[in-house]
Design a protein around this ligand. Sequence first.
Ligand code: NZQ
Ligand code: ZN
Length: 389
Amino acid sequence: MENFVFHNPTKIIFGKGTESSVGAEVKNYTDRILLCYGGGSIKKTGLYDRVISSLKENNIEYVELSGVQPNPRLSLVQEGIKLCRENNINFILAVGGGSVIDTAKAIAVGVPYEGNVWDFYIGKAQVKTALPVGTVLTIPAAGSESSNSSVITNEEGWFKKGLTTHHIYPVFSILNPELTYTLPAYQTACGVADMMAHIMERYFTNVKNVDLTDRLCEATLRTIINYAPKAIANPEDYTARAEVMWAGTVAHNNMLEPGRIGDWASHGIEHELSAIYDIAHGAGLSIIFPAWMKYVYKHDINRFVQFAVRVWDVDLSYTSPEEVVLEGIRRITKFFRSIGLPVTLRDANITEDRFEEMADKCTNYGKWTLGNFVKLGREDIINIYKLAK
Ligand code: NZQ
Ligand code: ZN
């Protein structure tokens, strides 16, 4: 096990009706906020009205920034920064999913910074301070509600880049599983693939003797595999929605990470797909992760055997461990397909004409490698896109 510091400061408020506490939570910080949300689902579901009445009850003034798109865009972030500066706002409330929360985080680091906020996403500047962000989560998926990351797409060149800094952990996040009843089955499934990917990125590590976190990863994956189909079959199954929602947070709040070194190549490879083709991040991952597994499993057959046996209940075989691994990969692929996700690029109508461009972008034209479990260069990444055809 590696040395580690574990510190996740996000206060989680979980359960039925908890969104009514949002005004009181904000009041601990300020009485003037930027209210950030997406394309309108919160108005259709009535959540918007409930948030506004809680803000009003607590005499909190708000300026609105709506229209955050999935794969959130830099131009809207710039608009949010301007709104905060013009209105002297020092707190951002995000009501929505990962895209809304990531936009709020980007605004939070951009307001106190004199340069272009994109500098942080390309490593040209380091974040020194940020405004506080609070969230009301409506889709379990990205884990941004208690992560130290924000992922933004710059429309100039369609670059999708992540920023990681402890300054952007939300100060609180409200998680009511009932708010996820209205999610279309496909969005639920995309979220499930993303949270599973967050666990698997950590699971496939070269660090030895990480048994507790191995088992926590396996338990979280098994919980998702058990409850996700139930949530999709019966969208108002509170138990299933609650298990999936908490799993999505645990998958990415670093609880599963201490002492390990995660991989993260599949995320890098996927971000190029969602940047260029604007597909849901989770749908890109259900295509890329099985292909990545096929490409790298020989690096550590035992770890992949453990994954197949403990997560997917594949029978252990001492004579043909490779067959156990391949059966594990078949089972995860079948699972993704069973919840309505694409598992090949063809399923998502993506052709092979831009593999080289995507590999160039995520390796900075072959100068960088991706991943820690196996370090992948430009050619490896092209091969993985080919395996995902
Ligand atoms: O925009 P609205 O109308 O609200 O609709 C949204 C959106 O179309 C809809 N939706 C959300 N909650 C709903 C709902 N529809 C009905 N009922 C509800 N309760 O769902 C759609 C997708 O929303 P989005 O916020 O894009 O989803 P998600 O949470 O999956 O976020 C994806 C983004 O997060 C990034 C991804 O790359 C992607 O850009 N990630 C962020 C991470 C982080 N900050 O830590 C880590 C992840 O690995 C990921 O990269
Ligand atoms: Zn992700």
